[in-house]
Design a protein around this ligand. Structure first.
Ligand code: ZN
Length: 237
């Protein structure tokens, strides 16, 4: 009898532990070290924007009870392949970037005595998925969920990506980018997030605003938590 009760208790315990284990999200800070990525309208490297926003996002996810695996927060991972490797064992991978624009669309201007460039034609966020990812369904479901939460929070997707990329869910700002190493050299569902266009002078200031960063991070964390709880998927079960 007690053996049977123990067995039932063990089953129940196992069940509750499986339910209680929060998803573990790997947050990758794009660029770093010798590769600072794009340069903003005011001359600040993309890595600085990526690192700052990734920190806000990590805090927002932990507040929501999600687990966070920090990837390249120190900017010391050179190889692209090493990024998803560091994320192994997580449930989801998100790489944080800030966007630029092709040379042809840049205009010169002077900021604090420096000759720099900016754009007026492109702004807004973009979310990228790869059809070559081992779990394209979860990747796309999460990308759409993130995009929907961002739009609900008042953020607008960039339509500019439609020039080069096939739409995966254009309404929510999701595009295919099949050959991105961080999205397909992985075992995890993965998205690459471009928070906005730092070559756009007004958007650059908005992207550096802590209150706006917190709202954007909140939308991302809610979107990811929502899609992972829907799939009920955990790589660690
Ligand atoms: Zn980048």
């Amino acid at each position: 009898m007690s053996c049977k009760i123990n067995f039932i208790f063990a089953l129940f315990f196992r069940f509750t532990v499986a339910i209680a284990a929060p998803p573990l999200i790997a947050i990758d800070v794009g660029h770093g070290g010798v590769d600072g990525g794009a340069t903003s309208a005011r001359g600040r490297p993309e890595f600085a924007f990526n690192r700052e926003f990734a920190g806000v996002l990590a805090g927002g996810m932990r507040e929501r009870g999600l687990g966070v695996r920090e990837v390249n927060f120190a900017g010391d991972i050179g190889s692209l392949i090493a990024r998803p490797e560091r994320a192994a064992g997580s449930d989801f991978f998100i790489s944080i970037h800030h966007d630029s624009i092709g040379e042809a669309w840049l205009k010169p201007w002077v900021w604090e005595g420096r000759e720099l460039t900016h754009t007026e034609v492109k702004r807004g966020y973009g979310i990228f998925v790869s059809a070559q990812n081992p779990d394209p369904e979860t990747s796309l479901r999460c990308a759409s969920s993130i995009g929907a939460m961002l739009r609900r929070a008042g953020f607008e997707p960039s339509t500019w990506h439609g020039r080069k990329h096939l739409a995966a869910d254009a309404e929510n700002g999701v595009w295919y980018y099949d050959n991105l190493v961080v999205l397909y050299r992985t075992t995890l569902p993965a998205v690459l997030f471009e928070a906005g266009v730092i070559k756009h002078r007004e958007e650059e200031l908005e992207l550096a605003d802590p209150e706006r960063q917190a709202r954007m991070a909140d939308a991302l964390a809610t979107g990811i938590a929502g899609c992972l709880f829907v799939t009920g998927k955990s790589a660690r079960e």
